[in-house]
Design a protein around this ligand. Structure first.
Ligand SMILES: Cc1ncc(COP(=O)(O)OP(=O)(O)O)c(N)n1
Ligand code: TZP
Ligand code: MG
Length: 221
């Protein structure tokens, strides 16, 4: 099998929902189901933090979320953990600068799985591309309370810089993105939005997701 087509990757990134049990106000299964019905295009299982599930409970939740993604035909990405990704037959994995190197993951997974890499500057972006990344997660664009060890807020400058430098790799903006502050992220050159709290913590998850979906498909965004 071959690498994911670049335009297919761009389409998947449009509304990329990331979540673990610690991010949810209601059950993770209900949260993901509402977001899936509302129009997310990609999902990342990110079970992180002091209260994160481990062992059998982690696997059980992963299997349930994986099933929901299958039912809605939404590709399923696992954060950080190659073993968990294999156990859940994930469609791909997302790694950051402090995780397993993307080059090693590409060697292990082969061509047919999606590999996403976090990049905070042009050097990291170029290295990720050389290592075989299919897309970049760039941020934090805005202040976030969903990641304790987040790097400094970048605004949209790194996304703009990547595009000015001629890098055409699919890019998703991440960090503190809300319905109100999302449009500049797309205008800067991102293919889509990556969101935890504005969806997982929303009062009405389905309606909020539907609005995000409208925003990323609107010609004026
Ligand atoms: C789409 C996307 N972009 C960036 C990240 C952050 O990854 P990382 O820097 O490895 O931090 P953790 O998520 O592992 O805490 C991401 N997960 N997804
Ligand atoms: C995982 C991650 N990486 C950079 S910021 C961030 C957290 C994004 O969450 P939120 O959308 O709630 O700000
Ligand atoms: Mg990571």
């Amino acid at each position: 099998m071959t690498r994911i087509d670049i335009e297919d990757m761009r389409r998947l990134l449009k509304l990329y929902f990331i979540m673990g049990s610690v991010n949810c106000r209601q059950s993770p299964e209900d949260t993901l189901t509402a977001a899936a019905a509302g129009g997310i295009t990609l999902f990342q299982f990110r079970e992180k933090g002091p209260a994160a599930l481990k062992g059998a409970a982690l696997l059980r939740l992963g299997q349930q979320l994986r099933q929901i993604c299958r039912a809605y035909n939404i590709p399923f990405i696992v954060n950080d953990d190659l073993e968990l990704a294999a156990a859940l037959d994930a469609d791909g994995i997302h790694v950051g600068q402090d995780d397993l190197p993307a080059r090693l993951i590409r060697e292990q997974l082969g061509e047919h799985k999606i590999i996403g890499v976090s990049a905070h500057n042009l050097t990291e972006a170029r290295q990720a591309i050389a290592d075989g990344a299919d897309y970049l997660g760039v941020g934090p664009v805005y202040p976030t309370s969903s990641k304790n060890d987040a790097q400094a807020v970048r605004g949209t400058t790194v996304i703009e810089e990547l595009r000015r430098s001629g890098l055409s790799i699919p890019v998703v903006g991440i960090g503190g993105i809300t319905l109100e502050n999302a449009p500049p992220v797309i205008r800067a050159g991102a293919d889509g939005l990556s969101i935890i709290s504005a969806i997982a913590g929303a009062e009405d998850i389905h309606e909020t997701t539907r609005r995000f979906a409208q925003l990323v498909t609107a010609p004026s965004s």
